[in-house]
Ligand binder design. Structure first.
Ligand code: SAM
Length: 250
């Protein structure tokens, strides 16, 4: 068989590969053309666990609905996340006012409340159903230092300079308006107050959490320093999450 006839016999496969390449390139170009921006956020077609809205190169994750609240209270969570170690690392003062932003049904809020028995926890969430679950638990056990606040997607609804610390456990990556949320949180912090964030480690492929529900340290630093906060430290004591500390300049 001559070289030319050998090529001819492969022509159909070659044509299919070229067609596939053209289609892929066409789709990529189309997605790029379709991306729009408002100066802060870029919009593209959503990934399976994202909302198609991009902030500092990160696609924002979709919100975990209250229908999945049972997952937040799963018994294995105690050993998987060791949030007891995280709360210990916060070095809370008994009279601190702590905002738990994206509190869900209060898994973290109730742990914080034990430490700030002369202060309080302000549990903020955008889903009234989550807050209703939290309130039912609070009232059942007579916890008197946890308040709930129904925020909006872009506003935590906290009074200026009213809190010592804001914590976000597995929540920040879901904020649909991270820039606006962080502006509200920074304004609510007293000077020198801290923001602490726990996010599943994106750098580690063995952390089996959906892609957009994890964050790298680099990304967190990029976004929170853009909000005017100073990175203080990253604590590595948690099995699967970064525990990152930031400060509002005094
Ligand atoms: C994965 S859950 C984590 C809940 C809780 N921090 C925990 O660890 O159990 C994330 C929560 O963030 C809330 N959330 C999402 N966007 C929010 C926003 N802009 N402001 C306040 N809460 C928000 C969701 O409603 C959800 O309850």
């Amino acid at each position: 068989m001559t070289l030319i006839s050998r090529w001819r016999s492969h022509l159909p496969q070659l044509l299919s590969v070229c067609l596939l390449l053209l289609l892929t390139l066409g789709c990529t170009a189309n997605a790029t053309v379709n991306a729009t921006t408002d100066g802060t956020y870029t919009y593209k077609s959503p990934s399976s666990d994202g909302i198609g809205k991009v902030y500092y190169g990160r696609e924002i994750a979709n919100v975990m609905g209250y229908q999945g609240a049972n997952w937040l209270a799963r018994p294995s969570r105690t050993t998987e996340e060791r949030s007891d170690l995280a709360v210990d690392a916060l070095q809370l003062q008994r009279d601190d006012v702590v905002a738990d932003i994206g509190a869900g049904m209060g898994y973290i809020s109730f742990q914080l409340a034990k430490w700030v028995d002369n202060g309080k926890v302000v549990a903020v969430d955008v889903q009234p159903e989550m807050l209703a679950l939290l309130e039912a638990e609070r009232d059942k056990y007579g916890v008197d230092n946890v308040e709930t606040v129904l925020g909006t997607e872009s506003d935590p609804k906290l009074a200026p300079e009213s809190i010592n610390l804001a914590v976000m456990f597995d929540a920040y990556h879901e904020f649909a308006y991270p820039k606006e949320m962080m502006a509200g949180i920074v304004s609510a912090l007293k000077p020198g107050g801290q923001v602490v964030l726990a996010e599943y480690r994106a750098e580690n492929p063995l952390v089996l959490i959906k892609k957009h529900h994890k964050m790298s340290q680099r990304q967190v630093k990029k976004e929170l320093t853009a909000a005017g906060l100073t990175w203080v430290k990253t604590d590595d004591r948690l099995p699967q999450q970064h525990l990152m500390f930031f400060e509002k300049p005094a």
